[in-house]
Ligand binder design. Structure first.
Ligand SMILES: [Fe+2]
Length: 289
């Protein structure tokens, strides 16, 4: 087979080679991918040297991945693709908690904790309490819902980034809502942090003159029977980088006050010194269709 000078023929051949794909969705995805990749190469006049550099970059990205580091998710995050996919797949029911990116630091097995437990196993940061309810979109509380939370420590590192420095499970917890759909836990006020810059994604950020910071946040995944799970964060209101998140994940409705609260009985109930910072955040789930 021959190709013409613009590469059009090889595009047609590559597309034709996909016609035997029996899974129609896979065929659609691969056809779109080939079409856009070929258009990209034509539009940018991609050179052999540049293509080889890109292959080396992707290879290094894969080689940077370990059981506790996911450089490909990070790459997707900094290109805005993770957030775009989240948004495309999101719900449209008013009042339901908005989703945002999973990020690269979620562990499949968060430590199971009791309501009220602390997830800051080290201390040193500013104590706070996070409380709320898991609700169905019609306002019905959802008892027995799973609330998986994870956050960086007060210096901006996740436990998996500092094995031997932080205890495993620091900043993480898997909670179950009570009979009224409530959850609450103690932690420290999270700080902004840079995403890892010692790998290929860091090289990309430096090459593009971008800062690596994420605004302070706590991650959540809420799961309840007969409802669509939500993966989201809460962001600390008034913090830095809310308008320039390195992974484009901030949504206005997810920015929450960690308000200073002067309430001695409540502080005693939560087991924290009074006054204390308190974020209240309900997780509202859409009923699965
Ligand atoms: Fe994070």
């Amino acid at each position: 087979m021959t190709t013409d000078a613009t590469g059009t023929s090889v595009t047609e051949q590559a597309l034709a080679a996909l016609r035997g794909t029996t899974d129609p969705r896979l065929r659609e995805l691969l056809t779109g991918l080939v079409r856009h990749l070929h258009d990209f190469a034509r539009e940018t006049r991609l050179t052999q040297e540049e293509w080889e550099k890109a292959i080396a970059f992707l290879t290094a990205t894969g080689q940077s991945c370990t059981d506790t580091r996911q450089e490909f998710i990070l790459l997707s995050d900094v290109l805005g693709l993770s957030m775009l996919v989240e948004t495309l797949g999101g719900h449209h029911t008013p009042g339901v908690t908005e989703s945002t990116v999973l990020g690269p630091f979620h562990m499949t097995e968060s430590p199971v904790r009791a309501l009220g437990d602390g997830i800051d196993l080290v201390g040193g940061g500013e104590p706070c309490v996070v409380s709320g309810r898991v609700l169905s979109a019609d306002g019905t509380p959802l008892p027995g819902a799973a609330v998986d939370v994870w956050q960086a420590d007060d210096k901006g590192y996740y436990d998996v980034q500092q094995p031997g420095v932080q205890p495993a499970g620091n900043g993480r917890g898997l909670f179950t809502t009570d009979a009224e759909g409530r959850f609450w836990f103690r932690t420290c006020v999270p700080a902004p942090y840079p995403i890892p810059t010692d790998g290929p994604v860091g090289d990309l950020l430096r090459a593009t003159g971008r800062h690596p910071y994420r605004p302070a946040h706590i991650h959540f995944i809420a799961t309840a029977a007969e409802h669509t799970p939500v993966t989201t964060h809460i962001f600390v209101a008034g913090g830095d980088y809310l308008d320039s998140d390195a992974v484009f994940a901030v949504k206005r409705n997810l920015v929450q006050d960690f308000a200073m609260t002067d309430d001695p009985p409540l502080a005693r109930e939560f087991g924290v010194p009074n006054p204390f910072r308190h974020a209240r955040f309900d997780l509202v789930l859409e009923r699965a269709s």
